[in-house]
Design a protein around this ligand. Structure first.
Ligand SMILES: Cc1ncc(COP(=O)(O)O)c(C=O)c1O
Length: 406
C-alpha cells in the first residue's frame, strides 16, 4: 500500500475501501492519457452509443427549459413520464403496470442500485449470472450481500441455464441478476430459456430477480422477452430499463424500474434520501423520446447490426480468438486465452486478459476491457459502437500486435 493509501485507510470507510473502481472507467482514463501524449488511440472500451441524441429529443429539452421545468420533481418521476413508461411496457412488453409500480431514476444504474439496496440484507446471497455487467457485484457488496457467480459456457453463448441457477439457490438466496441483451456478451435469452428460469422462480417464491433490459432495442435476431411476462412470477421480478442505449441518451441520466408496489415504494424511499427526483429537463426529454416511438432507435440498430457483422468477420481472422455471435447490444466478447503464457517483445509475459488489454493499449493503441471486469477472466470486451473505418483499423492493428507475441 502506498503512503497516501495507508493514510486514507485511517479515515475512509471500510465500505468504500472494499469497493472496486469501475475497470471500464479505469481503462478509459489510461487511453485518454496516451491520447494526450499524441498517440492515435482507438477507444473500444466505452459502453456508449457513438450517436448523438436524436434532434426531436434535444428540442423537447430546450422547450422544457422555456416552459419552466426547473423545479424539484416528484421523487419517483413526473406522473406523465411514468404513465408513458407504463404505456410502453404494456404496448411493447405485454406488461401491465400502473404509475405506482414505476420509479424513474438517475440512469438505469440508480434503478439497479435502488433495487439492490432495498432488497438485500447483510449476508444474503445474490446470484449474478456471469459474464455480468461490471457494477452488479459492487452494488451487492455495498449492500453487504454476498454475490454468487453462475457462469454460462462459451458453447451456450455464455448464457447460464435454469438448471445451473437452481443448483446455486440456497436458503440465503434473495435475488438473481442478469442483463438480456447482455453486456458484455450480447447474448439474448429466448422465450424458452426465460420460461425455464421462471419455472425455477416459481419453485422458489422467496427469490426475486432483477431483469436488466437496458439493451432491449439493440437486438439483431430474436424477439425481446421480459421475465415479468411470466404471470405466475411477475411479482418476483424487478424490470429495469432506461434511455441511455436505445435513444443514445447516456449523458441525460434517465432510467427506471417497474416492480410490485412494495418494492417500487421502497426504491422511492431509498431515492428520496439519496438524490430525490431525476433532473426535470432530462425527464421531459425522456417523455418526448417515448412519444417519438422507436424509429430513431431502429436506425441506430441497423448500424450496430452492420458493425457487429464487420467485427465478427475481423475477429474470426485473428488466430486464437473464439467468440459466439452476439445477438444484441454493441460488444463482441472473444475468449483470448490462447495468448496467455506468450511473451511480448519487451520480455513481459501475458499472464491474463488484463495483461493482454494493457499490451494492446500500449502496442496497438486500441483500448478494450479485460474480461476480469465482467467475471470472465479468459475474455476481452470490444465495443462495436464506433465508425466502421475505426473498427477496421483497430482490428488490423490488434492482429499485427498479436503477431509479435511468441
Ligand atoms: C447492462 C447495463 N445495465 C445498466 C447500465 C447503466 O445504464 P445507465 O446509463 O442508464 O445508468 C449499463 C450501462 O453501461 C449497462 O451496460
Amino acid at each position: 500500500m502506498s503512503a497516501s493509501a495507508t493514510l486514507a485507510a485511517t479515515f475512509l470507510s471500510d465500505r468504500i475501501s472494499a469497493l472496486q473502481e469501475s475497470q471500464t472507467i479505469a481503462m478509459a482514463k489510461k487511453s485518454r492519457e496516451l491520447a494526450a501524449q499524441g498517440h492515435n488511440v482507438i477507444n473500444l472500451s466505452f459502453g456508449e452509443p457513438d450517436f448523438q441524441t436524436p434532434q426531436y429529443i434535444k428540442d423537447a429539452a430546450k422547450r422544457a427549459l422555456d416552459e419552466g421545468y426547473t423545479k424539484y420533481t416528484p421523487v419517483p418521476g413526473y406522473v406523465e413520464l411514468r404513465q408513458a413508461i407504463a404505456d410502453k411496457l404494456r404496448r411493447e412488453n405485454r406488461l401491465e403496470y400502473q404509475c405506482e409500480n414505476i420509479v424513474v431514476s438517475t440512469g438505469a444504474k440508480q434503478a439497479l442500485a435502488n433495487a439492490v439496496m432495498s432488497m438485500v440484507n447483510p449476508g444474503e446471497e445474490v446470484i449474478v449470472l456471469a459474464p455480468y455487467w461490471v457494477s452488479y457485484e459492487e452494488m451487492v457488496r455495498l449492500a453487504e450481500g454476498v454475490s454468487v457467480r453462475v457462469m454460462g459456457s462459451l458453447e451456450n453463448d455464455y448464457k447460464a441455464t435454469a438448471a445451473q441457477i437452481e443448483e446455486a439457490i440456497t436458503p440465503r438466496t434473495k435475488l438473481i441478476m442478469y442483463s438480456s441483451p447482455c453486456n458484455p456478451t450480447g447474448a439474448v435469452f429466448s422465450r424458452e430459456e426465460l420460461a425455464d428460469i421462471a419455472a425455477v422462480l416459481a419453485r422458489h417464491p422467496q427469490v426475486f430477480a432483477i431483469a436488466d433490459e437496458i439493451y432491449e432495442y439493440i437486438n439483431f435476431e430474436g424477439e425481446h422477452v421480459s421475465l415479468a411476462e411470466f404471470d405466475e412470477i411477475k411479482d418476483q421480478v424487478i424490470t429495469v430499463n432506461g434511455f441511455s442505449k436505445g435513444y443514445a441518451m447516456t449523458g441525460w441520466r434517465v432510467g427506471y424500474l417497474a416492480a410490485r408496489k412494495e418494492i417500487a415504494g421502497a426504491c422511492e424511499k431509498m431515492q428520496s434520501q439519496i438524490t430525490s427526483g431525476t433532473c426535470s429537463i432530462a425527464q421531459r426529454a425522456a417523455l418526448a423520446a417515448l412519444e417519438g416511438g422507436r424509429s430513431s432507435a431502429d436506425e441506430m440498430v441497423t448500424a450496430y447490426h452492420r458493425r457487429r457483422d464487420l467485427v465478427l468477420k475481423l475477429v474470426k481472422e485473428i488466430p486464437g480468438f473464439k467468440t459466439p455471435t452476439p445477438a444484441g447490444a454493441f460488444y463482441v466478447f472473444p475468449d483470448v486465452s490462447a495468448y496467455f503464457g506468450k511473451k511480448a517483445p519487451q520480455g513481459e509475459t501475458i499472464e491474463n486478459a488484463t495483461d493482454l488489454a494493457m499490451f494492446l493499449l500500449n502496442d496497438a493503441h486500441v483500448a478494450a476491457v479485460t474480461g476480469e471486469a465482467f467475471g470472465a477472466p479468459n475474455c476481452m470486451r470490444f465495443s462495436t459502437a464506433a465508425a466502421d473505418e475505426k473498427l477496421r483499423e483497430a482490428f488490423i492493428r490488434i492482429k499485427d500486435s498479436l503477431e509479435k507475441l511468441v
